[in-house]
Design a protein around this ligand. Structure first.
Ligand SMILES: [Fe+2]
Length: 287
């Protein structure tokens, strides 16, 4: 669960996972299988996409770059359809994944005949929110896509095996099969800020995990008793919690002696510390 102060975390997590994936393998089949699984997780919820990257244009479908890998091994795009908008017949020349976020898309695949014409390949498919489709020169790369909704926008999240806005690819004449080069570019000169994690850092792990106040047992020096308090684990309070935690443990956590705050120790957040001082188990987590 992500706290409200980090709504873009699902996209950041996806980018991190895709980066690890392209580091681990350059095999197209592996990237499509594993990338499809990751993209399905991303589009399983639709509340993370910043509003500026959801705006349709009244005339043209839009392609907002959300992230491009620095080595151009993959890119992530928010594809925003106005009502009734559609692409020409086109290819990609790299692998691509299409995850439906909102609304619905119609897709018709094409194949080339021996005499160079383009003919429909299979029936028309409808992509619904949460579903993921794939294209590539290996598994079928030519299609036409449209917003399946005539009265409202639709949004799909696309992942491609390259910096798709800078890839030279093709559009096709449906009747003659004639092919023309094109480079799509992007609809915006800015990308969303994935990296402002300050809200979560200030809130501490408890806030990120639960969005709730942290129960803490503190040693009251005045009364010499253990008292239970709840705190919002923001930055200023972390200092007080750290002081209380140090008092509780007599100056050091037995499981994690180097810890200097409750967020490093973790035991006061996931499981409240017992008043008899036995609740702080030796640290077993790897961080
Ligand atoms: Fe496409």
């Amino acid at each position: 669960m992500n706290a409200p102060q980090d709504p873009i975390a699902p996209l950041r997590d996806f980018v991190v996972a895709m980066t690890r994936l392209v580091e681990a393998s350059a095999d197209e089949a592996t990237l499509i299988v594993e990338g499809r699984r990751l993209l399905a997780q991303l589009v399983a919820r639709e509340d993370w996409l910043p509003e500026p990257f959801t705006r349709p244009d009244p005339q043209f479908y839009r392609q907002f770059l959300l992230h491009a890998d620095p080595l151009e091994r993959f890119s992530v795009v928010s594809f925003v359809w106005g009502p009734g908008q559609h692409t020409p017949i086109h290819d990609h020349t790299v692998w691509g994944l299409i995850g439906m976020l909102r609304g619905a898309e119609r897709c018709q695949r094409y194949r080339r005949t021996d005499d160079g014409r383009l003919v429909p390949h299979g029936g028309e498919e409808i992509l619904h929110p949460g579903e993921v489709d794939a294209v590539s020169p290996t598994i079928g790369d030519i299609h036409v896509v449209a917003n399946a909704l005539g009265d409202q926008p639709s949004i799909s999240i696309h992942v491609y095996g390259g910096n798709i806005g800078a890839v030279r690819r093709h559009v096709f004449d449906a009747q003659t099969g004639e092919m023309k080069d094109f480079v799509s570019g992007y609809s915006s000169e800015v990308v969303p800020n994935l990296w402002d994690r300050s809200g979560v850092v200030r809130a501490g792990d408890w806030g990120r995990l639960t969005g709730r106040m942290a129960p803490m047992y503190l040693h009251s020096i005045r009364s010499s008793r253990i008292v239970r308090r709840h705190y919002w684990p923001h930055a200023a309070m972390q200092d007080r919690l750290s002081l209380g935690w140090r008092a509780l443990h007599g100056g050091g956590c037995p499981g994690y002696p180097a810890a200097t705050s409750t967020s490093m120790c973790g035991c006061g957040q996931v499981t409240p510390v017992d008043p008899d001082l036995s609740g702080c188990a030796p640290r077993t987590k790897t961080r």
